[in-house]
Design a protein around this ligand. Structure first.
Ligand code: SAM
Length: 241
């Protein structure tokens, strides 16, 4: 069965299936056509019980901005979850969540169903977060205007880890963070080259033209280690407990 994503948002049109929508192109679109993944965007507004279908209101205590109300989101989550019997992993995109790393992407790629909640304005009323108890995931230490772009980034990263999503089955195992060093540490990818052999006075490393697959694999691993040491030495540290 395809991995099912449900996105709860006030901008469902951002998740259109056709180009120029971001996920309507390239690998996500092909994975969807191949039956590996499906996604459904639901407008939280459709569940608002108030007169003007409002999903947000002014914050108690004053201050700028608006806060997303509990009721529309709570009802939306339960209605959407009931559309498929498989249990959904609830995820709230939030700058206060755990920073997204490839290991977590790989874990999520094994789930049957993922429900993504995209916040807006000042974020959600804290009580609905408490009651829904989603996993909170951050794209990084910066603030986006809404959770939709974060949801798309997360979806794209998960989709490319689904078996069969990439042209070649092994294409993602040497990607940065998936590639593993001698002690199974995550590594950055090695440099890549294609035609022509010479370009603006720069040559492709001779070893890559040798046809010796053993030596090429060793050269690539050496470059991965070298790059990781130079650019991301933190990846080579043993994980802290
Ligand atoms: N007031 C919130 C705070 O400072 O923690 C920021 C709210 S932000 C303007 C609106 C929404 O964008 C959030 O509810 C979240 O869904 C999304 N968002 C913003 N930055 C994000 C990040 N770094 N990672 C994931 N989601 C983010």
């Amino acid at each position: 069965m395809p991995l099912r994503f449900d996105i709860l948002t006030t901008f469902p049109e951002m998740f259109a299936h056709e180009p120029p929508a971001a996920l309507g192109l390239s690998i996500p679109s092909r994975a969807r056509a191949a039956g590996l993944v499906e996604w459904h965007a639901t407008n939280i507004r459709d569940f608002a019980e108030n007169k003007h279908s409002k999903t947000d209101d002014r914050p108690f205590g004053g201050g700028p901005g608006m806060v997303m109300m509990c009721q529309p989101l709570w009802d939306a989550v339960h209605a959407v979850e009931a559309r498929d019997p498989r249990p959904a992993t609830r995820i709230l995109l939030s700058p206060q969540g755990v920073p997204l790393k490839q290991k977590l992407v790989e874990e999520l790629a094994t789930k049957p169903r993922i429900l993504l909640i995209a916040g807006h304005y000042e974020g959600l009323d804290e009580r609905v977060i408490e009651k829904l108890a989603p996993m909170e995931i951050s794209l990084g230490d910066y603030v986006l205007s809404g959770g939709e772009l974060g949801a798309m980034v997360l979806m794209d990263a998960i989709i490319r880890k689904l078996p069969g999503a990439l042209g070649h089955e092994d294409s993602s195992v040497e990607d940065s963070f998936s590639a593993r060093g001698p002690s199974a540490q995550p590594l950055l990818d090695c440099p890549h080259y294609t035609k022509p052999r010479e370009w603006m006075g720069l040559s492709v490393p001779e070893i890559l033209l040798s046809g010796d697959h053993g030596k090429i694999a060793q050269w690539r691993l050496d470059r991965m280690l070298e790059r990781t040491r130079a650019r991301r030495p933190d990846l080579l540290q043993p994980p802290s407990e």
